[in-house]
Design a protein around this ligand. Structure first.
Ligand SMILES: [Zn+2]
Length: 260
């Protein structure tokens, strides 16, 4: 029987681990952008229209990693942080904190750029209109900051990187190590995102993060506002780590009732 015949989640390590295919990152990012778009105030909506290269930039976060590990067999320490995986021997909590910090730090940089462009739009409306919008290259700058954040967030929903519970809240049960077993299959690509609850959640989480970034920009204290928003709408909703939850017991099993 091949790996594909194995029952998912039958053991600690599922038999096959495949990364999201590029199309998944593109669609999750596009979907996230339009989710964020729908309930932003109009003057903030146009900011998202500058981010046309964001989906491709999110995909590109995989290139350097794939090249290093695949072509050269080189496995740098911490090289998994951007993909929400851990080094062999690393604890889940340590790996979780590193990847979460990457997401929040990259997104916080994006907040700074959105804040600058928002101030220009509101304080120099004539100059802004004469420049027909994003003449300062804000969109590219915002995308460059947002792409690493979204990539890592989306990878956290990949069954190849993280074992999550199967129903809403999708508690993080285990972060996989980039080890010998995992490397064998990781170059195959996962297309399950199209219809899976995890794929939908990855899109919703992407939208939530983008919305937090843009909404924080209108607050004079934008960095603090962002930390609050991100904690409430991204970390508490989409990045719950089982072992860090109060009263977590391994035998509680990841049922909805266990988490309220
Ligand atoms: Zn990745």
């Amino acid at each position: 029987m091949g790996d594909r015949g194995r029952k998912p989640n039958a053991g600690a390590i599922p038999g096959i681990k495949v990364a999201w295919e590029s199309a998944a990152h593109v669609q999750m990012t596009r979907g996230g952008l339009s989710l964020a778009q729908t309930n932003l105030p109009p003057e903030l909506r146009q900011i998202l229209s500058w981010l046309s290269d964001l989906p491709q930039k999110v995909v590109e976060q995989d290139y350097s990693w794939a090249n290093l590990t695949g072509v050269f067999g080189y496995n740098p320490k911490g090289g998994q942080v951007a993909h929400f995986m851990k080094d062999e021997g690393q604890s889940d909590i340590e790996a979780y904190d590193l990847s979460k910090d990457l997401i929040l730090a990259s997104a916080a940089k994006a907040v700074g750029v959105v804040r600058r462009s928002y101030l220009y739009m509101t304080q120099q409306p004539k100059l802004y209109r004469w420049g027909f919008g994003d003449t300062q290259g804000w969109g590219q700058e915002i995308s460059a900051c947002l792409a690493p954040a979204l990539h890592t967030l989306q990878d956290s929903f990949s069954p190849a990187h993280v074992h999550r519970s199967q129903e809403p809240l999708f508690i993080i049960l285990e972060i996989y190590a980039w080890d010998k077993v995992n490397k064998i299959h990781h170059s195959e690509l996962d297309a399950s995102w199209k219809n899976s609850a995890l794929g939908m959640a990855a899109k919703a989480a992407s939208g939530a993060l983008i919305k937090c970034v843009v909404l924080a920009a209108v607050d004079p204290n934008s960095q603090n506002a962002f930390q609050d928003f991100a904690q409430n709408y991204v970390v508490d909703k989409y990045l719950r780590l089982s072992v860090a939850l109060p009263n977590w017991r391994q035998n509680d099993a990841p049922t909805r009732s266990a988490f309220g």
